[in-house]
Each structure stands twice: as C-alpha cells, then as structure tokens.
Ligand binder design. Sequence first.
Ligand SMILES: Cc1cc2nc3c(=O)[nH]c(=O)nc-3n(C[C@H](O)[C@H](O)[C@H](O)COP(=O)(O)OP(=O)(O)OC[C@H]3O[C@@H](n4cnc5c(N)ncnc54)[C@H](O)[C@@H]3O)c2cc1C
Length: 597
Amino acid sequence: MTPYNPPLADMQFALEHVVDLAALAALPGCAGADPETVAAVLDEAAKLARDVLAPINRSGDEEGSRVENGIVRTPKGFKEAYRTYVDGGWNSLPFEEEYGGQGLPIVVALAVAEMWNSANMAWALCPLLTVGAIEALLRHGTQELQETYLSKLVSGEWTGTMNLTEPQAGSDVGALRTKAVKQGDHYLITGQKIFITYGEHDMAENLIHLVLARLPGTPAGTRGISLFLVPKFLVKEDGSLGDRNDVRCTSLEHKLGIHGSPTAVLAYGDNGGAVGYLIGEENKGMECMFTMMNNARLNVGLQGVAISERAYQQARDYARTRVQGRTLTGAKSETPLPILYHPDVKRMLLAIKSRTEAARALAYFTAGQIDRARHLESEADRAKAQLLVDLLIPLVKAWSTDLGVENSSLAVQIHGGMGFIEETGVAQHFRDARILPIYEGTNGIQAMDLLGRKLMRDQGAAAAVFVATMRELDAALAEQSGDDLAVVRRSLADGIDAVEQATRLLVGSFGTDPARAAAGSVAYLNLFATVAGGWLLGKQALAAQTQLARGAGDIGFNEAKLTTARFFAEQFLTPAAAQLSAIGGGATIVAFDPDQF
Ligand SMILES: Cc1cc2nc3c(=O)[nH]c(=O)nc-3n(C[C@H](O)[C@H](O)[C@H](O)COP(=O)(O)OP(=O)(O)OC[C@H]3O[C@@H](n4cnc5c(N)ncnc54)[C@H](O)[C@@H]3O)c2cc1C
C-alpha cells in the first residue's frame, strides 16, 4: 500500500485563498490562527498522520475490532496511537481554553482532521464523535454536566458517542422507543441502540454516550424525544470513576469496510436502567442532537475528501509504476510506458484530483463560515454566516461523500485487475468510503434537509444571497487573460444560472407538489454543490494565475491548479448545469407506480 503524504500545499492554498485565514485570524478570539502558527500545526499533524496512523490502516482493516464477553478490543496499534494523539493535545485544538482547549478556529481543526481521516478513517471516527459530543454539551449542557465531563472530553481522555439508531428507527428517528424515566436528579434509560460507532472500545477509560430516548406519555415522533448523557462509568463527586453503568455492548457488526471501527449494539438497562442526565430540556432532544449532527455532518463530508485524497495518492503512484502500452502521440516508440501517460488514465486521475480539491475547498469554506458565525463582530454578520453554514452543511455531507465513493471507485479502475485484489490496498479505500453516503443521515435525507428545511424556511433567500456572492467572482475572472480562466468563467456563469433557476423551480413547486420537488432534491443538491465547488476552484485558479503573473509561488502547483479548475469546469460544471431537466422532471418519478418495480 502507498504511504500517505498529507497534501499540505493544497491545504494551505485553500486556507489562504478560500478561507482567507489571515482575515479570520484578525477577528476577536481567533488570534491563534495566524498563518505561521497554523502552518506549524499542520506540519506536526502531518507527522502523526503519516508516521503513526497511516501505517496501522491496513492492519486495522485486516484485523478489525473484536468483542468478547462485552469487552471490545480495537486492532493492534489503535490504542497506542490514540494515547499519542491525546498526549499531543490534538483533541483539544478548537475548544475553549476554559476547558483545556487551545482556542484554534474550527477550520484549522478540520484541516488537521482531514489528515487523520486520510491516514486511517476507521481510527479517526473515534475523535470525530467525541468532538460532536463536546459541541452538544457546550451548547446545551448544565453547568454541572459541563464541569464534570467537558475537560476530560476536550483532552480526549474520555470519548463520546452518538446514539440515535434503533432497529425500527433509522432515517425515521422519531420512531425510536428507548425509554427514560425520571428518578430524582437523574433518569433511568432502558432500550436497545444499534450501529453505535465506538459504542464500546479499549482506547479510553470512560465513554460518554449521548442517547436519544422518550419519556413516558410524550408526543409521538421527534417532538417527544429528549437527549441524555449516559457515562459508561459513573463519575464520583471528586471526578474519579465509580460504578459501571447499566449499559453494555452485546455485539459488533460485521461490515463492508471501516473494520477497525467498532460498530456496537448497545443494551441499556438490563439491570434496572442506565443512569442518564438530561441535556437541554425534556422533549427538546432533537434540537440538541442537531448541534451534534451538524458538526458530525461537516466532519463526515470531510471524510469524503480525506478518502478521495488517499485513493488519489494510491492511484497516482500505481499509475507511475505500472507499465502497459505505448504512446499515441509524437514519434512511435517501441518502449512501453507507465499507464500514467495514457489519456484515459490521466482523465481518471484528473477527475479524482479536481473533485477532491473542489470538495476540500467547499468543506474548508464552510468551516471558515462556522468560525465567522462565532467570531464576527456584528450580530447581523454572524447570523448571515450561520445561514450560509446551514445551507452548505448538507452539500458538504452529501456531495463530498458521494465523491468519496466515485473517486475511490475510479482509483480501483486505475489499478485494473489489481484494484479488485486486496493486496494493493486500494480496495480498502473503496470499501471504507461506502459507508459515508449512508451514516449521519443518508444522502437522500441530506437532500430533503436542503430542500425542506434550508430552502423552504426562507423561501430560498439564503440561497439567493449565496448565488449573488458566487456571481461576484465573474468580474475578476473577466479581467484575466488566457483560455483556462475563460472556460472556467463561462461554465461557472451557466452553472450559477442553473442553480438560480432550479432554486426558483423547487421553492415554487414544494408548496403545491412536495413529492415532485422531493424527487428532484438529490439532483438539485448535486448541481448546487458542483457549482459551489467550481466557484471555489475558480477562486483558486484566479489566485494561481495572479501568482504566476507575479512570478510568485510554486510554478508547478499554480499551473496544475489552473488545469485542474479548467478540467473540473469542462467535465463536471458544464454537465451539472444540464441537470435542470432532472430537477424539474420529478413528475416522472412520482408517477411511477411502486408496484411496477
Ligand atoms: C457503520 C455504521 C456506523 C453508524 N454509526 C452510527 C452512530 O454512531 N450512531 C447512530 O445513531 N447511528 C449510526 N449509524 C446508523 C446510520 O446513521 C443509519 O444507518 C442511517 O441513518 C440510515 O438509517 P437506516 O440504516 O435505518 O436506513 P433506512 O432509514 O431504512 O433507509 C433506507 C433507504 O431509504 C431511504 N429513506 C428512508 N427514509 C426516507 C425518506 N423519508 N425520504 C427519502 N428517502 C428515505 C434512505 O435514504 C435509504 O436509502 C451507523 C450505521 C453504520 C452502518
């Protein structure tokens, strides 16, 4: 398997030209984000990712996590790597100093997390879920809960989980049956949760489960759900660990990929009820869980970027060494060539590279807006940034993860038959990527979230603001010479027009024919995200061309960026604009009688 080399140049370029890190660092509370400090943080993280996490990715896949008598053992090296991660203070990067955090912007933590996920996605899921639990506690937990749990979660000594799913309650979270009964200052939880990532493991001394459950006599559906904190070990007043709580792992799932990550079935309350503490208000659990889910959705989107990058590196390195066929151009040569020189292999590599860079840019841009929503000085500006975040999160989650699957599939293709054989390692990336469009809300559910919640709550107003922002790039592109930017400009203008038209179409039809609008929602999400990704690649291409004109920066990197942006525009942006017919054509889908399948 190819070693993983973090793509620091592209990450830094995105932080500079997509996020405008320097401007972010100037905001109150973001002083630690000056570009030099961030570069040093990324360099150090790169070492841990490359030298510690990546080498145990393959063995983790082969060995998998195992359960015996309720005790889960993660693959060899996972526990030690986690210790190194905690000791290095990596878990605490973006959190408040009050709880031992380092106060760096979310976008910096996101860039760092990209490397953990590229290096070893199965391992990286553990901290991913802890971060979500911290966010939910910070926003909705009582002071007592925060004082008891936050500093240990922030340091990473304890890890968090997210417990929504039950056998009959998957996408339909409102169907959950786990019960909570009030008893004095706490609640007793009984029920079964399935598919709980890192629901039991041996990497930390305590696990903090965030569990959705239903109080007696509450309304059906999501309105009757509350959120509880359920520790694996109860915590005594002095902060030390007490008795084992009444929650145990009854089995682990056997999966297509992410074998290193334990996916647990958890039984709550076999011996009378697990002690849980209410987070937020009774029956307002979904609101609190959404804090955690939004965070997790961004991070799962990032996993799509991360697996694409890993698959790209593997495919590129294979294509450099695999010799087959001869050149089509120039003088006929008898010397066989590495497949990297064949136009179709170049096409596949460019497809992976350009979509990875576009998806990275979109994820970083969104994270930068989260930071702005927290730190901009005026309340109105913060609210505007938050609206953008709400709009973009489903795009990042769904688009980047679909791309993770497509990109890793292309990486298998580049390997030919050896891609289908486990030995090369590329098949693992494809298998690992397949969960991404499913968990944390399937991508179909993301598209419905975009349409039903994000568009309809303001009749497309936030989308219109974003469209206007994207249009601002046109003037700067028009001033530039050269074919590459001209192609990008034209495709982008068509794409933005298509997003505008599609938004109007769906907002107009949702009220009268929601099923028809829903049938076009995935195509709409893909169009919107492709255009947003193309816009950010266009911004980067502009920066690259400006640097080339000034003789600044790395010439090879800047030239590649221009080509990549142009390729993306030609191959993905222009066809995406033609998706309007799919978006408007929902009636065909709705009219089809399910009994005819
Ligand atoms: C490896 C793994 C790890 C996981 N980790 C966790 C975890 O840590 N915590 C946790 O709580 N859960 C976890 N899950 C559960 C995961 O979030 C669910 O599997 C996912 O939300 C989908 O639910 P489901 O599997 O019941 O599919 P279903 O809800 O049965 O969906 C099946 C299909 O129907 C579609 N569908 C369903 N309803 C609708 C609708 N209303 N509109 C349009 N399409 C619809 C879906 O998009 C999907 O294509 C994990 C799952 C796996 C496999």
